[in-house]
Design a protein around this ligand. Structure first.
Ligand SMILES: Nc1ncnc2c1ncn2[C@@H]1O[C@H](COP(=O)(O)OP(=O)(O)OP(=O)(O)O)[C@@H](O)[C@H]1O
Length: 264
């Protein structure tokens, strides 16, 4: 298994209701989640705003520390490991962020942006790795010289993907990465991710509030609502016969396909 997650809980201090003296009460955002991610899986994590999707993603990458429960990555218990202990594993799980404009340093060229994590992890042969990463995401190698503001939204998202896959991770978490793109760029980025998963043998968790996006890419879906898993199913089964009331609500929010858009 790539991930084994058991009774995962995560709470934040509720600073709005902090008493003058003493500790703030805590708000539980993840309320005991248990699920596995098999190697090679493409798992969709769907849910409405505030359901805890990003918090779950950040816990899986140990950008947040769980309050209780456990997270195993490829057999390693990472629930409470320190940064020192995580060092050897960090390269193996990577994240692609929602908004590439704010996650890409505007003062660095694309080559420097991709090189950053490679240097951090002490990898060698960096120029060749940059070329290879750009090839893999379908951008010309000359783009290494460009700045983020010179690129379109879809191209910037490809740079975000290139930065993650250049490290040759085993697992990638993509958090709402196509939400800001127009429909045709969305389709291209989703196709690219699908290809990369197949070619590189990646395991992918794909967070989205949009079930139609998840349907295109993911083989299995986990539906989150108010910090709990309300349904987990193969994508085809979920669409054929949604079990949870909340899943049906999400499905009703999907717009009908536009017959003028050939990618639908
Ligand atoms: N650092 C934090 N401190 C306090 N509360 C937080 C923190 N991060 C998230 N929350 C709260 O946790 C809840 C879940 O947030 P999260 O971002 O995980 O949801 P989400 O499903 O990703 O939603 P969205 O799609 O709106 O990003 C929200 O109520 C949010 O306000």
């Amino acid at each position: 298994m790539m991930y084994e997650i058991s009774d995962l809980r995560l709470s934040f201090p509720d600073l709005n209701n902090k008493p003058l003296l003493g500790a703030a009460p805590r708000i539980e955002v993840l309320k005991g989640l248990s699920f596995d991610v098999p190697k090679g899986a493409v798992l969709g994590i769907v849910g409405g705003s505030g359901s805890g999707k990003s918090t779950l993603g950040r816990a899986m990458l140990r950008l947040l520390e769980p309050t209780a429960g456990s997270i195993k990555f490829d057999g390693n218990d990472i629930t409470h490991q320190s940064e020192d202990q995580l060092r050897g594993l960090r390269r193996r799980f990577q994240m692609i962020f929602q908004d590439p404009m704010s996650s890409l340093n505007p003062r660095r060229r694309v080559g420097g942006i991709i090189a950053g994590p490679l240097r951090l992890h002490g990898l060698d042969g960096i120029p060749a790795r940059i070329d290879e990463a750009l090839d893999m995401v379908g951008l010309p190698r000359s783009f290494a010289q460009r700045y983020p503001h010179e690129l379109s939204g879809g191209q910037r998202q490809r740079v975000g993907i290139a930065r993650a896959i250049a490290l040759r991770p085993d697992f990638i978490l993509a958090d709402e990465i196509v939400s800001g793109l127009d429909v045709s760029s969305q389709a291209q980025v989703l196709n690219l991710l699908g290809e990369l998963v197949r070619e590189l043998g990646l395991t992918l968790a794909f967070i989205s509030h949009d079930l139609s996006v998840i349907r295109r890419l993911c083989s299995r879906v986990l539906v989150l609502h108010l910090g709990e898993i309300v349904e987990e199913a193969e994508t085809a089964a979920l669409f054929a016969a949604p079990q949870a009331e909340y899943t049906r609500t999400l499905m009703n929010a999907i717009p009908l396909p536009d017959p003028d858009q050939p990618w639908e």
